[in-house]
Ligand binder design. Structure first.
Ligand SMILES: Nc1ncnc2c1ncn2[C@@H]1O[C@H](COP(=O)(O)OP(=O)(O)O)[C@@H](O)[C@H]1O
Ligand SMILES: [Mg+2]
Length: 256
């Protein structure tokens, strides 16, 4: 109910990707890629392995440069953005990459506290309170705070990663294949968490996924990358009913 209201009220575009081209050495990964993401939606980037999903995510969060075209986030054009403006803009999002592991030498609480210690002047007591709140928000227990990454399950690591990504109360959350490597129960648990966080915090979530169940249960709109471009963009229903062999194979889950 809440998320329906949210979606109806806000159809503001928060990310616009226009004609993006990405070249690594001589290999063209994106060539004229266009998409737009609306506020409050859970948006999926889909496509076969190696089609450039992670690269696009990294470009959106300014971890990687693209060669031409433009990306606009929250009204800011990323091309030619100043260092100061970039630093401010980064505070609006949290990211959880596939390889975005927790620091193994820090416990869960210390991992989540890291961005707060780095980017804010909050007192240690305030940071402790925020960390405890985030730990509970993602469904971990307060008593998990002192455990180290080697002592927790894959599902708990993902939750701790989300808690760290949410440390600074971002508006946007970028996730790269968050359920890959999780057992089915943990994966569904993670999907439920994503839906809960969206309705509770009004987040916009941009997610790369291969997980068909997760795609069906969580995504509002999707973009499918094929042949260096967006082959299809639309609601899950629209895209999955497109009469095209590539798309149909894709949604049957044996496209790789
Ligand atoms: N830093 C890089 N240098 C050179 N090639 C890269 C780099 N990052 C990605 N690539 C290449 O770009 C293509 C897309 O990669 P990636 O975005 O990781 O795909 P996906 O996430 O869709 O599987 C792959 O061929 C990959 O090898
Ligand atoms: Mg990838």
């Amino acid at each position: 109910m809440q998320s329906t209201l949210l979606k109806k009220k806000t159809q503001k575009t928060i990310i616009k990707v226009n004609g993006v081209k990405t070249v690594f050495d001589t290999r063209v990964v994106h060539d004229g890629l266009n998409l737009h993401i609306n506020e409050g939606e859970i948006y999926g980037l889909l496509g076969p392995s190696g089609c450039g999903k992670t690269t696009l995510l990294r470009e959106m969060v300014m971890l990687q440069k693209f060669d031409s075209g433009s990306i606009e986030i929250l009204g800011h054009d990323l091309s030619g953005i100043s260092m100061d403006a970039a630093q401010d803009l980064r505070k609006n999002w949290g990211v959880l990459f596939q390889s975005g592991a927790l620091f193994s030498s820090l416990n869960i609480a210390e991992n989540i506290a890291l961005p707060l210690e780095e980017y804010t002047d909050l007192s240690p007591k305030m940071i402790d309170e925020i960390v405890e709140f985030k730990i509970n928000l993602v469904g971990l227990k307060s008593s998990d705070a002192l455990l180290f990454p080697s002592q927790i399950s894959g599902g708990m690591k993902k939750k701790a990663g989300i808690a760290r990504a949410l440390a600074m109360d971002p508006k946007l959350l970028f996730l790269d294949e968050p359920t890959s490597g999780l057992d089915p129960i943990s994966a569904r648990d993670f999907d439920a968490l994503i839906l809960k966080l969206r309705s509770l915090l009004g987040l916009s979530i941009i997610m790369v996924s291969h997980d068909l169940q997760s795609i069906n249960d969580t995504l509002d709109r999707v973009a499918i990358i094929d042949n260096k471009k967006i082959a299809y963009e639309g609601t899950l229903d629209e895209v999955s009913s497109v009469d095209n062999a590539f798309i149909q194979t894709f949604f049957k889950g044996n496209y790789e």
